[in-house]
Design a protein around this ligand. Sequence first.
Ligand code: NA7
Length: 534
Amino acid sequence: MTDSTGRVDAVIVGAGFAGLYMAHRLHGLGFSLQGFEAGGGVGGTWYWNRYPGARCDVESMEYSYQFSDELQQAWEWTERYAGQPEIQRYANHVAERFDLARHFEFDTRVTEAVFDESRDRWTVRTDTGGTVEARFCVMATGCLSSANTPDFPGVDTFEGEVHHTGRWPHEGVDFTGKRVGIVGTGSSAIQAIPVIAREAGHLTVFQRTPNYSIPARNGPLDAEVQRSVKADYPAIRARNSQMPGALGVQATMRELAAVDDDPEARRRDYEDRWGIGGFAFLMGYADLLVNPESNDTAAAFVREKIADIVDDPEVAALLSPHNVIGCKRPCLDTGYYETFNRDNVTLVDISDARIEAITPGGLVAGGTPYELDCIVFATGFDAMTGTLHRIDIRGRGGRALREKWAAGPRTYLGLGVAGFPNLFTISGPGSPSVLTNMIVSIEQHVDWIADCMTYLRERGYATIEATEPAQDEWVAHVNDIAGETLYPTCNSWYLGVNIPGKPQVFMPYVGYPPYVEKCDEVAAKGYEGFALRA
Ligand code: NA7
């Protein structure tokens, strides 16, 4: 909390998994801090995304903190993939266990963070009128925290209910008997559609681009699995941290190109992995995200599955994607394709018949009116940079981050930005973040920042700032590596294509374990690539 002069060592923006752990580390190291959180409680993305069916796509035993063995031993997960309510309970438990909520002001959105060069201080302002001065400013603002609601004309005229999956009402939504329209077929929609369809009178799905989805095969977590993982937790965590996405399932990946495998053996492999469920499906062959031919063997398999599952061949064809599989984050579902066999579900292809307007009684797409009582926007997020840009962040010379990043984000290691001393971005663009198990990447960033702040304190440095040459080199490297993969080939939020006018730059860094080595090496060399000033 602030001292009598309103100053702290660090401001932390956000009380999701990143902000909570950052507060825990900095408090433990004796730094004074003040956290701000726009939501009414902890949990970040899990606080907001309460839509029906919301569930993590990383298995529960892995999507959890490892910094405290007592915590990971004590917490009991109930399902293979935790649903939003369980993850929210976990976040609350962590906050209580380590007494973290006291560091944050809730229902408070940071609107401005300005660096004063004469005093090496950040002045942080909030929408509740508060002002805090801090030496360090840590943006724990999340990668998927600014909901994207397209600017459809007439949206304010709609007389029914409108909801966005990423801003779901805490009291829930009663769809019973209603005519519901859902816009979007990304991961959120794919999870929500089967649940809403069971409740709604009729559900109309407005699809612009079909998505690949793999069955999650969720279910109760086997007590024996939980016990055996806990018996060996540190070793399992250590092994997973050596995987390209810090995911245990990647241990099953073989150094074999899909196209080089015998077609029958390959089919059996895909079939087995489809049966296992989850990201395992894309882990069979090492070259799926670099070789288009290999990739298409997996994509074609999923298209066949869609054709098998969906009764109406026309609907199956519309649901079948033809882009690279895995180039958008793969979706995991529970009965998604099956839902299109229900009598009360209609798929509307809006790829060439865009939504033209929202009307008082529904919406119009491709000239056709659809009568609706409720519209659900499952239209995603202004990912990775959206939330940073909603804050007026100004560094040296009053330069705005928005201006510096006008052509796309530029960072050094996704942790620091040239011209913005003592500003840290947890899971910032240019770091592996969303291409990994987020909690693992968050812990790595938080530990790195905590060590860095301790280093500066011990040696009497006032500021740390990424240098332009180190940043330029890193940005070029992030782009080069992405260019060697198939990731930039489709319209994903990784590239910013989902937001009209957003610069199209592949934002996350492909290369998780080497990235950690690089961060450690930079620290070991006295923060190479950063300028440290006394
Ligand atoms: P996504 O994956 O960005 O999906 C958003 C969906 O909304 C996608 O199908 C979009 O179609 C669609 N969309 C967006 N804008 C429009 C407009 N203007 N008109 C019609 N349809 C539109 O967001 P999610 O919330 O599902 O998932 C985000 C991440 O959360 C996910 O990757 C997981 O990591 C968890 P498009 O494909 O752009 O044509």
